[in-house]
Design a protein around this ligand. Structure first.
Ligand code: HEM
Length: 217
C-alpha cells in the first residue's frame, strides 16, 4: 500500500478523527488469533486451548507522511471497549505495529539475530507508545533510548481508531530503531488485543502477512 504524502497544512494527522483521513481509503488487513501452540507458557496453552481469543477479525490501516513525520491510523470494531483496568484479571484494549529490523526477521515476533520493532498502544496508558524490541516469542523488551512514538485514540460508533506518529528518521537512530525515507519501501504487521476478551501478551489477533508499504515521494 501507499503512504500518501500530505501537505504540512492539510490537517492534523495525529488526530484519528481528522478530516484529513477521510481522503484516503483504508487498506483492510485480515487478522487471525495467535496460535495457541506457540504460546510460551504451558499454563496459557492449557487454559486457552479451547478458549476463544483473537476475536478481532480485521483492521483498517491508513498511512500518511508529510516528509518529516509518518502517521499510521489503525481502526477496528470493538463493541465493548476497556480503557480502565481496576484489577489484575482485567485487561485493556491495545494495538501494536510490528516492523522488521532486518531483512530476514519473521513476522511472528522476530527471531534471534533478526529482531523486530514493536510500537505498542494501550488504552489505559498515556499518549506515548511503548517501543519494544523482540527477537522471538517471549523475548520482548523495552527498547533503550527509544525515540518517541506518539499515539492518539478515539472510541466512537463501536470502533477504535488509533494514530501512531513519529518522525521519519530520528537523528542518531541505532539498529533498534526503524527509520523511514521518502520513496522507500517497508513492511509492517499489526496486532490487536481485546481487553473484554482477556487478551494480553501472546493472546491477541495479528495479521499473518506483511503489509508492503511505499512512502510516496
Ligand atoms: C503482528 C504481529 C505481532 C505484534 C505486532 C506483536 C506485538 C507484541 C507486543 C507489543 C508485545 C508486548 C506486550 C506487552 O508488553 O504487554 C508482545 C508480546 C508477546 N507476543 Fe506478540 N506480537 C505479534 C505476533 C505474535 C505472535 C504470532 C505470537 C505467537 C504466540 C506472539 C506472542 C507473544 C507473547 C507470548 C508475548 C509476551 C511475551 C513477550 O513480551 O515477549 N506475538 N507482542
Amino acid at each position: 500500500m501507499r503512504a500518501n504524502r500530505v501537505a504540512g497544512d492539510a490537517g492534523e494527522p495525529g488526530d484519528p478523527g481528522s478530516v484529513l483521513w477521510s481522503g484516503f481509503p483504508a487498506r483492510k488487513v485480515g487478522l487471525v488469533g495467535a496460535p495457541v501452540g506457540l504460546q510460551p507458557s504451558k499454563y496459557v496453552q492449557g487454559k486457552w486451548r479451547d478458549g476463544e481469543f483473537g476475536q478481532t477479525r480485521a483492521a483498517g490501516l491508513q498511512v500518511v507522511h508529510d516528509g518529516r513525520e509518518v502517521a499510521f491510523r489503525l481502526e477496528w470494531e470493538c463493541a465493548r471497549p476497556v480503557s480502565v483496568v481496576r484489577d489484575n484479571d482485567e485487561f485493556a484494549d491495545a494495538a501494536a505495529l510490528l516492523f522488521p529490523l532486518s531483512e530476514s526477521a519473521p513476522l511472528m515476533m522476530g527471531a534471534e539475530g533478526a529482531p523486530v520493532s514493536l510500537w505498542h498502544w494501550r488504552a489505559d496508558r498515556g499518549k506515548a507508545a511503548r517501543v519494544n524490541v523482540a527477537e522471538g516469542i517471549g523475548t520482548s523488551r523495552l527498547q533503550g533510548r527509544a525515540v518517541g512514538v506518539e499515539t492518539q485514540a478515539v472510541h466512537a460508533g463501536g470502533r477504535w481508531s488509533v494514530v501512531f506518529r513519529r518522525v521519519l528518521a530520528p537523528q542518531g537512530a541505532g539498529p533498534e530503531t526503524v527509520s523511514f525515507a521518502v520513496g522507500g519501501r517497508y513492511r509492517v504487521a499489526v496486532a490487536v488485543w481485546s481487553g473484554a476478551g482477556s487478551e494480553r501478551a501472546g493472546l491477541k489477533a495479528f495479521s499473518p502477512e506483511w503489509v508492503e508499504l511505499e512512502l510516496e515521494a
